[in-house]
Write a protein that binds this ligand. Structure first.
Ligand code: FES
Length: 113
C-alpha cells in the first residue's frame, strides 16, 4: 500500500528474521529486506553478476550479504562491494508501528553496478 511520500508498506517486523533475507515485489522490482542487529535494510534481490534473483538467500556477515551463487558480496547499507566497486541498488527503509516501509525510488547515495 502506497504512502503519500513514496514509502510503501512491505511487511510486518515479525515477517523478517534477523540476518535472513525476505523478498518482496514492489512495483515489479524484487527487493530483499534484511534485519541486522535490529535495523532494517532493503537492497535489490538481483545480483549484478549474471542477474540472479538470489540476494535474499545469501548469508549475512559483518554487514555484507553474499550472493549464494558465486559469493560476490554487497554492503547492506551502501550496496557496494568490499573493494568499493558499485554493486546493488539500495532503498530507504523506515519502520512505523512495527510496519516496514520501503521508498520505491533508489537511494541517491546507492552504489549500483
Ligand atoms: S550470480 Fe551472484 S555472484 Fe554470481
Amino acid at each position: 500500500m502506497r504512502d503519500d511520500d513514496e514509502f510503501i508498506r512491505v511487511a510486518h517486523v515479525r515477517e523478517i528474521t534477523e540476518d535472513e533475507g525476505t523478498v518482496k515485489i514492489i512495483n515489479d522490482e524484487e527487493i530483499a529486506i534484511f534485519r541486522v542487529k535490529g535495523k532494517y535494510y532493503a537492497v535489490s534481490n538481483i545480483c549484478p553478476h549474471q542477474h540472479s534473483p538470489l540476494i535474499a538467500e545469501g548469508c549475512v556477515e559483518n554487514m555484507y550479504v553474499s550472493c549464494p551463487l558465486h559469493g560476490w558480496q554487497f554492503h547492506l547499507e551502501t550496496g557496494a562491494m568490499p573493494n568499493g566497486l558499485p554493486g546493488l541498488k539500495t532503498f530507504d527503509v523506515r519502520v512505523i508501528d512495527d510496519e516496514i516501509h520501503v521508498r520505491v525510488q533508489e537511494r541517491r547515495d546507492s552504489i549500483e553496478w
